[in-house]
Design a binder for this molecule. Structure first.
Ligand code: GLN
Length: 489
């Protein structure tokens, strides 16, 4: 039952085979059993969760249920949820109870979905392994010695271990797709502006975008139907007509043009990951797709450009945490300046401090033109590469991450090695394009994700492309075994 699709859960609820309270309780008991080991959730509130489930049952009984009514969803702890501890994985916000709901939370509440709890994440979404979280690392459900990826590591582990029906995440440089690849599920980062960022704690505002993390493309489509929408409280939210993201799922793929960028298959890609991707492409050929060789000549500059722009935006976004209005405040200080300094020194972890330093540096007078402005110019070139590429193909494919899940601790002392985890995902964020990761197989027992990049607003087609593949393969329904370590007495 626990491995059912959102549609199947919906059917069970609507035909009263199970109540939302029962379904929620079965997830809560799995969480109780596995979360002490996996550490996917950092805030749980059974009373609140079950009250929502009860309300969902009344709504179903009254006959006005929506597709996700009564379904338990995990929320990344980057989304403010009224009355919930909302920490963004940081000591800085460890004592923060959100006084209002993020747009995404409001959308799930409106359809009567159940909030199962808040999931662990890298501090302020900065990281690729969940190891920068103030609340500790998260274990990859496929191998507890390995990381789940990041920054949405808690949501990723929760989806993979079936500790929720589906989850939300955010992706600034790859934080939905890289963990989806490392944990073996389907994740989508929508076109920038499709999901409102209101109430989503800001990291790099011109790159941050929320999206679904779920078992299948069909599940992601159902989640997108809830998450997408215009909201005037986010000035970059796009005022577009509501779409049904499930509308093209069943279209055949004959004649689909798939672009393979040669830069995505060059040095740096683990050979066994490359092999899985090749096999996935062969499957698409069988489905009638045509392959086109393409090039994204500036994509190699994505990481350096991102590590100028994202820290620059982060350094200004994070200036609000001053110990005055909310969040951590140092216990003892001599004057106002000392209070700012101590509160920030104590409240932020090493990676966040590193980014604030870089960001402040590249924005300072004298360096602004050399770094920030230059990076903005190259960002435009990277986006232009995609415009050219999409003249030749309908979707672009490649790996989502250069390797499978790595061991905890393996890259913590080498920030550049960690930054390279997003080598295939960051260019999409810089261009504002949608991207997804789809389970495509295993290498040494660890999942590998196929990345699908679409043109602006082409999410429905990408979901179609992923769904058709999931009709002829079953990688997406594979579940890890979850053998808990024996208690040492
Ligand atoms: N790993 C990247 C970083 O550390 C991306 C994080 C994200 O997408 N939130 O910035």
């Amino acid at each position: 039952m626990i491995n059912s699709s959102l549609k199947q859960f919906g059917e069970m609820l609507h035909t009263k085979k199970i109540s939302s309270v029962e379904l929620t309780q079965s997830f809560l008991s799995r969480i109780q059993q596995y979360n002490p080991t996996i550490n996917a959730y950092i805030a749980l509130d059974e009373a609140k969760t079950l009250a929502q489930a009860k309300a969902a049952d009344s709504r179903i009984a009254a006959g006005n249920a929506a597709p996700l009514t009564g379904i338990p969803i995990a929320q990344k702890d980057i989304f403010c949820a009224k009355g919930w501890q909302t920490t963004c994985g940081s000591k800085m916000l460890a004592n923060f109870i959100a006084p209002y709901d993020a747009y995404v939370i409001t959308q799930f509440d409106a359809v009567g979905a159940v909030n199962l709890g808040k999931t662990n994440m890298d501090e302020f979404a900065m990281g690729s392994s969940n190891e920068t979280s103030y609340f500790g690392g998260v274990k990859n459900p496929w191998d507890f010695d390995r990381v789940p990826g990041g920054s949405s590591g808690g949501s990723a582990a929760a989806v993979a271990a079936r500790l929720c029906a589906a989850a939300t995440g955010t992706d600034t440089g790859g934080s939905i797709r890289q963990p989806a690849s490392l944990c073996g599920f389907t994740g989508l980062k929508p076109t920038y502006g499709v999901v409102s960022r209101y109430g989503m704690i800001a990291f790099a505002s011109s790159l941050d975008q929320a999206g679904p993390m779920a078992k299948s493309a069909e599940d992601c489509a159902l989640m997108m139907n809830v998450m997408a929408g215009f909201d005037e409280r986010d000035s970059t939210s796009l005022n577009r007509e509501k779409e049904d993201y499930t509308r093209s799922l069943n279209q055949p793929l004959a004649g689909l043009k798939i672009g393979l960028p040669k830069e995505f298959f060059a040095e740096g890609l683990d050979a066994s990951v490359g092999k899985v991707i090749e096999d996935a492409i062969a499957e698409y050929k069988k489905l009638g797709a045509d392959i086109v060789e393409i090039s994204l000549p500036n994509t190699g500059l994505s990481i350096p450009v991102y590590y100028v722009l994202a820290p620059a935006e982060a350094s200004s976004n994070l200036s609000r945490y001053d110990g005055v209005r909310y969040g951590h405040r140092a216990e003892s200080y001599t004057d106002l300046m000392d209070m700012y300094c101590k509160s920030r020194a104590e409240g932020f972890g090493a990676e966040v401090k590193r980014r604030i330093l870089i960001g402040t540096y590249v924005l300072s007078a004298g360096y602004y033109d050399a770094y920030y402005l230059k990076a903005q110019q190259i960002r435009r070139l990277i986006a232009q590469d995609f415009v050219e590429a999409f003249k030749q193909c309908d979707v672009i494919m490649g790996p989502a991450a250069p390797s499978t899940a790595f061991k905890a601790g393996e890259k913590v002392d080498d920030p550049v090695a960690m930054y390279l985890q997003d080598i295939y995902t960051i260019s999409t964020n810089l261009a504002g394009l949608p991207g997804m990761s789809v389970p495509a197989g295993f290498s040494n027992g660890l999942p590998v994700g196929l990345q699908i990049i679409g043109n602006y607003f082409d999410e429905a087609r990408m979901l179609n492309v992923a769904h058709q593949y999931q009709q002829v393969t079953n990688w997406h329904s594979k579940m890890p075994e979850l053998v808990l370590p024996k208690e040492v007495k």
